[in-house]
Design a binder for this molecule. Sequence first.
Ligand code: DGI
Ligand code: FE
Ligand code: FE
Length: 411
Amino acid sequence: MKRLGIYGGSFNPIHIGHIKAANAFYDEMKLDELIIIPTAVSPFKTDDLDNDPYERLKMAKAAFENSDRNITVSDYEIKKGGKSYTYLTLEHFSSPDRELYFLMGTDMLLSLDGWKNPDIILKLATVCHARREDVDSETEKAIEEAKSRYESEYNAKIIDLVSEPFEVSSTEIRNAVKEGKSISGLVSPEVEEIIKKDKLYLSCPLYAAVRTLVKEKRWKHIFGTEEEAKALSKIFDLSETDSERLRRAALLHDITKYLTREEHLAFLEGVGVTPDDGTLASDKTLHQMSGAYMAKKLYPDYVDDAVFDAIRYHTTGKADMPLLTKLMYLCDFIEPTRTFPDCVKLRVIFYEMIEKGNKLRVLDEIMLIALDMTVADLVENGHPIHSDTEKAREYIIEKLKENNYGRKESI
Ligand code: DGI
Ligand code: FE
Ligand code: FE
């Protein structure tokens, strides 16, 4: 018989306490294999922005990646979706050549009666419980009562693990991240890295929005664009408010990138907008329009007219662009994760040129190069060019001729 351990939980995020418990469970029960199963939606909680199943899965995998024990992470419940019932999961992993062990915490043990089909759970698996040394006498009594009740009622096998749990909670970690406090020592370095890179648990709902609305590759681009937005805000000496606006535009600019053509059209019709023919000619021009309206609809508090305009024209540009819209266009083009040769080239040129010359003039010179590169690329690939792109070019060419650049421009 193979001794298979199962350890389920929301793991939002998985932390050192979970890792220690998993290891103790593995060692004390002499398991041959331990499967960690992040839940899809906990039957006890409503879903919230800080609860992205695939991020939880990714972190759990990272946490056990270098384990010397046979510990794996399963996407079974998350893939299945919906509410995760333990009895169904145990049925799924149960087989005649396996002895199942199921790890649960004190809270779970005490509430097991209220779970769906506790009899099946207790029949299929030996329940292991990580017991704290310092439980108060009341809880102690409750645990004992629960255990003897399960044993007599369901013929349950319940085992107390010896190792003392490491006290840290996922809530505590999420709050620490929100408050900008360090979480090293509370999660593994790999998990810490993911939380940082993927901007998990920050209070700004736009991060969660981005992660849920686009694919992983795209959010790397979006977070890169936000980084660039911060850099450009400094260079162009934006006020705190304008810099915040640029960051919001950057975070939201591509949120409709993955809509199908039909979805773009249906959404725009839903908000009462009829796209012009030029916009209809390509999904790329559609996404800047639907993106602006979607951002406004989902996050009205974050999207004022300037942010809306920046998203609305981030792909084509337009005549007489406000500073914020130009900066949005530029940060999208030169953000650090872009590897397209034109983007890399423009990035280098921009940072060289901005050192010298009037910044607002340099911005127009760079915008013109960017627009020219785009037009050349579109022509080469036989794509139509939107009239806004043409107008953006013409307008900038005129401005450069006039050469009437002040030191500052309002948004
Ligand atoms: O959404 P991103 O990929 O981050 O960047 P984006 O919104 O600037 O889109 C860039 C793509 O859009 C690029 O493939 C060129 C294309 N594009 C830019 N201007 C026009 C355009 N496509 C058409 N059809 N017409 C334009 O005027
Ligand atoms: Fe875009
Ligand atoms: Fe983009």
